[in-house]
Design a binder for this molecule. Sequence first.
Ligand code: XMP
Length: 333
Amino acid sequence: MQSNVRPENMQRITNAQLANEFIEQQIKEIRAQVGDKKVLLALSGGVDSSVVAALLIKAIGKQLISVHVNHGLMRKDESENVVKVFKDQLDANLIYVDATDRFLNLLAGVADPESKRKIIGKEFIEVFADEARKLEGVSFLAQGTIYPDILESFKQAEGKKAVKSHHNVGGLPEDLQFELVEPIKLLFKDEVRVVGEALGLPHGMVYRQPFPGPGLGVRCLGAITRDRLNALREADAILREEFDKNGLAEKVWQYFVVVPDIKSVGVKDESRYEGWPAIIRAVNTTDAMSATIEEIPYSLLHHITYRITHEVEGINRVLLDLTPKPIGTIEWE
Ligand code: XMP
C-alpha cells in the first residue's frame, strides 16, 4: 500500500502526458491490490469520487460497484447527470438510490445546523451500508481521499477546534470493514482535475465548483421544507445558468443561492405575495480558509433578480451577500 506522505521529489501533474503516466501506474497498482475481488465506491458526483470511479472503471471495469445516493439535497439535474455519465457513457456498474424521502422525513422540523449535518451524515452512511449489505463478495472500499484531506486530518489531530462537523463516508459500521483503495490520495486538487480530463470525464464535472456533502441542506436554512428546498434548487439553477452564460462560471470559485426561513411581504398580480428571499453568494478563495467577494456586474444582478423572482415559485426578493470570510464562513448553514 502507498504511504500517506507525498515524496518530496514527486512531480506535480500539470499536463495530459503526466496524467496519462499517473493513470497507467495507478491501473497497475489497483490491479495488483484488488486482483479479481470487488470494490465498492460511494459516488457523489464530485470531482474526487468521479475521478476515482473513472480510474477504477479503467483498471477493473465491472468489478467496481459504484453507489450514488441521492439524498434529495442535490442541485438541479445533478444526480441525473451522474447516472448519464457513469451508467450511459462509461457503462459503470452503478447503483442509483433515491433516498430523498428517508432524508427529508428525518430532517423535518430540525432547525439546528449541526443537528442537520449529523442527521445527513449518519443517514448517508446508513443508506450506503444498506446497499453494501445487499452485495456479496466485496472486499475493498474505494475513496476519493486527496492529499489536503490527509494534511487536514493531521491538523485536526493537533487539537484545533473544529468549526463544523464535516461530512464524509468514513465510519462505516463494524460489520462492514473493507480494505481501502485510495488511488488519488497523494494528489492536490488541480492534479486531480488534470487526471480527470485525461480520463475523459466531462469538463463540467471535472471543474465543478465545490459542493458540500450535506448539499443544499446547509443552504436551506432552519427546518427544511420541500417547497422551500425546491425554490432554492430552482433559484440556484438560474444563478448557475447565468454565471455560465456570462463567463463567470470558471472565473468565480464558488457561487450559490441560500434561502432562509423568513418571509416578507411583496406584491404580485396586484395582490399581496409573501415569499422567501433568495440570497446570492459568490466568493473567491485559494484554500477556502479565507474568501473575498466577487464583484458581479449590476446589469447581470438585475437580470438574475428578474428571472428568480418571476420564475421561482415562493421567492419574492433577491439579496446579495457581501461578507468576506472571515467574518462569514462561505456557507451559511
Ligand atoms: P465554510 O462554510 O466552512 O466552507 O467556509 C469552506 C468550504 O468547504 C465547503 N464545505 C464542505 N465540503 N463537506 C465538504 O466536502 C462538507 O461538509 C462541507 N461543508 C462546507 C464549502 O462549500 C466551502 O467550499
